[in-house]
Design a protein around this ligand. Structure first.
Ligand code: NAD
Length: 347
C-alpha cells in the first residue's frame, strides 16, 4: 500500500512509519515538525526508496491538496496532533487549531482527492485517536466502542471533536473512514517530557521522581510497536465506518508503574546505595485528573485477530534499555526550549 502518514515524526507516527516501511509499504510522512517532532525517529528508514518526507501543516489546505495529488496514496493514517494533556491545560488554543481545524482541513482535502479518484471503495481515511475521549472510569469496567463520549481535558475534548468530524464525513459524504481509540503508549522514542521517560531520565540524574497526587490513577499501557502493528492491520482490514479500541489489558497505577521502572533500573544500572524508588516524590495533582482508563479490546481481537506481542514487563524493560543506549537522542530533545519542565502523565 501507499500510505500518507501525518505526524510521522512524532512518537507513535514514527513507529508506524518504521514498521510500514519494514513491511514493504510506501510511506509519505507529512509532518509540520513542531516541538514534539524529531526526524531522528525515522532515521532507520530515511534512506529507503519506500520513504518520502513532506514538511507541511495539516491546517494548510493548499499544501495538503498538492501532496495528495502528487503522491496519490491508497490511505491516509492521521496521527498529527497536539498530544500532551498538561500543555492543553496551559494553552488549549493550539489543540483546537491542530486537532479540530487541522483534521477538518485534512478531511476536506481527502474528500476532494477521493472524489477526483472516482470514489474508490478501497481508499481509507484512518483517524488515530485516544481512549481519553471516553472520560474516566471508576474501579470497575472497561471502555468499549459503544461507551458514550465524555472527554474531560482540552486535549481529549479536541480529540473527541475530531473523531466526530471523521464519523460525520463518513455518514454525510461517504468517505471510507476507520477509527481507532488507543490507551497510553510507551516505548522507544517517547518524548522526554512524558511520564515514563521523565521517570527513567530523572532516576538516572538523581532527581526526584514526580508522581501526581497519591499515584493511584490507573492507566492501561501498550507498547508503541504493538500499537503500530494494530494500526497497520486496521488500515488494511478494518471495516469502513467502524471504530476499534486498542489496548494492552495492562492496567497499572502510576505508583506501581514507577516502582516497576525503578526495579528494572536497579537491575540494569544499580545505584551505589539504595533503590531508585527512594527518589519517588508526590506532587500536587493535575486539575481534573481522570481516575482510571481501561480498554476492552475484544472487537479488534475477535474481528481482526490482533494481540499485543509483549507483556508490559517486557516492554518496559526494552524501553529502559533503549533509553540507556540512546542518550544522544534524549539529551538533544531535553535541550530544546521549554522541554523538561513538565510532568506528562499521559500520551
Ligand atoms: P506526538 O506529539 O509525539 O507527535 C505528534 C506529531 O504531529 C509531531 O511529529 C508533530 O510535529 C506533528 N504535528 C503536530 N501538529 C501538526 C500540524 N498542525 N501539522 C502537521 N503535523 C503536526 O504524538 P503521539 O504521542 O505520537 O500521538 C500521535 C497520535 O496518537 C495523536 O493523534 C494522539 O492523539 C494519538 N494517541 C496517542 C497516545 C499516546 O499514548 N501517545 C495514545 C492514543 C492516541
Amino acid at each position: 500500500m501507499k500510505l500518507l502518514v501525518t505526524g510521522g515524526a512524532g512518537f507513535i507516527g514514527s513507529a508506524v512509519v518504521r514498521l510500514a516501511v519494514a513491511r514493504g509499504h510506501e510511506v509519505v510522512n507529512l509532518d509540520a515538525l513542531t516541538y514534539a517532532a524529531c526526524l531522528e525517529n525515522v532515521a532507520p528508514v530515511a534512506d529507503s526508496p519506500l520513504y518520502t518526507f513532506e514538511q507541511a501543516d495539516i491546517r494548510d489546505r493548499a499544501a495538503l491538496d498538492r501532496i495528495l495529488s502528487q503522491h496519490q496514496p491508497d490511505a491516509i493514517m492521521h496521527l498529527a496532533a497536539e498530544s500532551h494533556v498538561d500543555r492543553s491545560i496551559d494553552g488549549p488554543g493550539t489543540f483546537i487549531e491542530t486537532n479540530i481545524t487541522g483534521t477538518y482541513q485534512l478531511l476536506e482535502a481527502a474528500r476532494a482527492y477521493w472524489l477526483a479518484q472516482g470514489r474508490p471503495d478501497s481508499f481509507r481515511f484512518h483517524h488515530i485517536s485516544t481512549d481519553e475521549v471516553f472520560g474516566s472510569l471508576g474501579p470497575e469496567g472497561q471502555f468499549t466502542e459503544e461507551t458514550p463520549y465524555d472527554p474531560r481535558s482540552p486535549y481529549s475534548a479536541s480529540k473527541a471533536a475530531s473523531d466526530h468530524l471523521v464519523q460525520a464525513w463518513h455518514h454525510t459524504y461517504g468517505l471510507p473512514v476507520v477509527l481507532t481509540n488507543c490507551s497510553n503508549n510507551y516505548g522507544p522514542y517517547h518524548f522526554p517530557e512524558k511520564l515514563i521517560p521523565v521517570i527513567i531520565l530523572n532516576a538516572l540524574a538523581g532527581k526526584p521522581l514526580p508522581i501526581y497526587g497519591d499515584g493511584s490513577n490507573v492507566r492501561d499501557w501498550l507498547f508503541v510497536e504493538d500499537h503500530a502493528d494494530a494500526l497497520l492491520l486496521v488500515v488494511q482490514q478494518g471495516a469502513v465506518g467502524r471504530s476499534y479500541n486498542i489496548g494492552g489489558e495492562n492496567e497499572r497505577s502510576n505508583l506501581d508503574l514507577v516502582r516497576t521502572l525503578c526495579g528494572i533500573l536497579d537491575d540494569l544500572r544499580p545505584k551505589p546505595q539504595g533503590s531508585y524508588a527512594d527518589q519517588i516524590t508526590f506532587v500536587p495533582d493535575r486539575p481534573g485528573h481522570d481516575a482510571r482508563y481501561a480498554i476492552d479490546p475484544t472487537r479488534i481481537r475477535t474481528e481482526l485477530g490482533w494481540r499485543p506481542s509483549v507483556t508490559v514487563e517486557e516492554g518496559l524493560r526494552r524501553t529502559v534499555e533503549w533509553y540507556l543506549a540512546n542518550e544522544d537522542w534524549w539529551r538533544a530533545l531535553q535541550n530544546r526550549a521549554g522541554v523538561g519542565q513538565r510532568l506528562g502523565v499521559r500520551a
